[in-house]
Design a binder for this molecule. Structure first.
Ligand code: GLN
Length: 385
């Protein structure tokens, strides 16, 4: 007996493997992007209330009415988007499930999907599972910007979709209005879908969040993917969603139904409470993250790393060439076991053999105490390597 070929071409998630190694060695886990501080109390209370009110059976497959209504309301308030909760919203088990459901629902085997590199590791397996051909466009250093000519050249008659993740994991780039306009122009010109990953939309230090669906000609071809994990510090709740035109939503809902039936019912009720928070909540979130970013960046500078300061999201992709001759995987494991700070090896955000060998990613969605402790461990790094 043999396992299916489709699973042979990808490995265990490197991010989650690093979490395991960090736990084994009692290291500070700056690998997997999960907060170590509490989520908002009103949402926790709402979840407990929902459970005690016996909201413990399947929700409607594509999402509980209260959460879909709250999502539609929020997109109207924030982005002026006209979202019909009945026709356009599918609630999923995290943005992760939203993205793979969207791939399976909209991409045929052999279709090309454009992905900026470096990229969040899930997009590779998403393409493999849907038998799509990923076409990689490098983000250019320094600064991780989009090269217009390279992006133009990536669009072909086989292009079905482009993945647009801003704020960007792992680089922390927030795409500019001009970059988003270029992507929109090319999507319209080549009749291509945009699958967005906007999970870090409210964690920004510079620049605005540009929702691609609001660009001319994009509402009918954009699948807006986001979720509650990062905005409300509840990565374990697994609540995400895809906002799509009606025909695309029908297809996405079919895939979602047979993959998972639905996201957790009582947590969706609590999610609706969070989606109704006012602007103060989001402003506070960004300010808190700015303080964490500054502690992290100071610690890494002190430790001898070089990097582009993130404009958004909660990662720093740092170059360690001035510190060590090791490869990224060895360096990440050494840092975890011997220094007690776990990062993710940079190569897990690139195609095999294509880059990241002198990079590691640090997640700073952590309490100040955790980040300060990490800083202390990293401070005398130059003496130890
Ligand atoms: N998005 C987070 C990261 O990049 C969490 C990854 C995961 O485990 N799904 O670390």
């Amino acid at each position: 007996m043999t396992t299916a070929r489709r699973t042979n071409t990808f490995t265990e998630s490197v991010i989650r493997e690093m979490t395991r190694i960090a736990n084994e060695h009692g290291a500070l886990n700056l690998a997997q992007g999960m907060p170590d501080f509490p989520m908002p109390k009103p949402m926790k209370d709402a979840a407990c209330t929902a459970i005690h009110a016996d909201i413990n059976q399947y929700a409607i497959t594509w999402g509980t009415p209260s959460l879909r209504l709250a999502i539609a309301g929020k997109y109207r308030r924030w982005y002026g988007m006209d979202v019909d909760p009945e026709r356009n919203v599918t609630v999923t088990c995290g943005a992760t499930e939203a993205m793979v459901s969207v791939f399976l629902a909209l991409v045929n085997p052999g279709d090309e999907v454009i992905v900026f590199e470096p990229y969040y590791e899930n997009y590779g397996p998403d393409a493999i599972l849907s038998e799509a051909t990923p076409v990689f466009v490098p983000l250019e250093q320094p600064g991780w910007g989009i090269d217009e000519e390279k992006l133009r050249a990536a669009f072909t008659s086989k292009t079905k979709a482009i993945i647009v993740n801003t704020p960007h994991n792992p680089t922390g780039r927030v795409f500019t209005r001009d970059e988003i306009s270029l992507i929109a122009e090319l999507c319209v010109k080549h009749d291509v879908y945009a699958f967005t990953d906007e999970i870090y939309e409210h964690i920004r230090y510079a620049g605005d969040h540009h929702a691609l669906a609001t660009w001319p000609g994009m509402a009918e071809r954009t699948i807006t993917i986001s979720g509650l994990s990062k905005t409300f510090s509840c990565t374990g709740w697994r609540l995400g969603y895809a906002i799509a035109p009606e025909a695309e939503s029908v297809a996405i809902r079919k895939v979602h139904d047979f993959l998972t039936v639905g996201a957790p019912a009582p947590l969706q009720e609590a999610g609706a409470i969070g989606m109704a928070f006012d602007a103060d909540y989001y402003n506070r979130l960004s300010l808190d993250y700015r303080a964490r970013r500054d502690i992290m960046c100071d610690a890494l500078r002190e430790g001898g790393f070089t990097f582009t300061v993130p404009e958004g999201a909660y990662y720093v992709l740092a170059d360690f060439s001035q510190l060590s001759d090791l490869g990224d995987v060895e360096f990440a494991k050494w840092l975890t076991k011997d220094v007690g700070v776990a990062p993710v090896p940079g190569s897990s955000f690139f195609r095999a053999g294509d880059g990241g060998s002198k990079l590691v990613r640090f997640a700073f969605c952590k309490k100040h105490d955790t980040l300060i402790a990490a800083g202390e461990r990293l401070a005398n790094l130059q003496a130890r390597v």
